[in-house]
Design a protein around this ligand. Structure first.
Ligand SMILES: Cc1cc2nc3c(=O)[nH]c(=O)nc-3n(C[C@H](O)[C@H](O)[C@H](O)COP(=O)(O)O)c2cc1C
Length: 213
């Protein structure tokens, strides 16, 4: 398959420092809303990159389930590969790939484990099938066959005919951003890259800069 000619010329819009909101979360909300309005498929899907104790990076998609000045929230199995890696090295990166808008948002930050009450509240909002699946799947561990998974799911169904409790392994993280980049594709590969960095004595203020594409 020849990929050398496979490229897009970007020209949907531009982004300049005066266009930026004072805070990256406000800017993120603006762009996320535009992604939703544009009909981007799974606009809240983001890539989470973690790093192992040996320095091996890995990445995977998860769904953003909330955001605020405190950071970006997602839910997962804390005994999964990403969970184990975040326990040892909470610094991580997020990426929102909004291709139809010729945009990406990149975040670097530090993950903290969400309090139990947030996890319980979100878990209760999930469909029954997803809650049972969380019990049946010891995420990231080797399974012998699809049958093994099906059996575990059937066992969870039988064990929890009514309420499905939060599995011990299950939880969530909030990634407090340190750096947030807003990227807009431009013609001739002269893309806009505007980046927020934390600054000030208590690191609660933000400075911005433009990077070369
Ligand atoms: C669009 C999309 C959304 C996903 N959302 C989640 C999620 O919110 N939480 C999760 O644990 N896994 C989610 N997954 C599955 C993960 O990509 C991944 O396979 C799983 O979390 C195991 O990753 P790990 O072994 O690196 O820990 C999603 C996958 C896709 C493609």
């Amino acid at each position: 398959m020849d990929l050398s000619g496979l490229r897009e010329e970007y020209g949907r819009g531009g982004l300049d420092l005066p266009d930026l909101a004072a805070e990256p979360i406000e800017m993120f909300e603006r762009w996320l809303r535009q992604a939703v309005e544009a009909g981007v498929h799974e606009p809240n899907a983001m890539v989470v990159a973690t790093v192992s104790a040996e320095g091996q990076p890995s990445s995977r998609m998860v769904l953003l389930k909330g955001f605020s000045d405190e950071g970006f929230v997602f839910f997962t199995n804390q005994a999964s590969r990403k969970g184990v890696e975040l326990a040892a090295e909470p610094r991580c990166a997020l990426l929102f790939p909004w291709h139809p808008l010729e945009r990406q948002v990149r975040v670097e930050g530090t993950a903290t484990v969400l309090p139990d009450e947030d996890v319980t509240a979100y878990f209760a909002s999930r469909p029954r099938g997803s809650r049972l699946g969380a019990h049946a799947s010891h995420q990231s561990r080797v399974v012998a066959s699809r049958d093994e998974l099906a059996t575990a799911y059937a066992e969870a169904e039988a064990a929890f005919p009514d309420d499905v409790p939060v599995p011990d392994e299950w939880g969530g993280y909030r990634v407090r951003p340190e750096v947030v980049e807003f990227w807009q594709g431009r013609p001739g590969r002269m893309h806009d890259r505007l980046v927020y960095h934390r600054t000030g004595p208590d690191l609660e203020a933000w400075r911005t800069e433009r990077l070369a594409p």
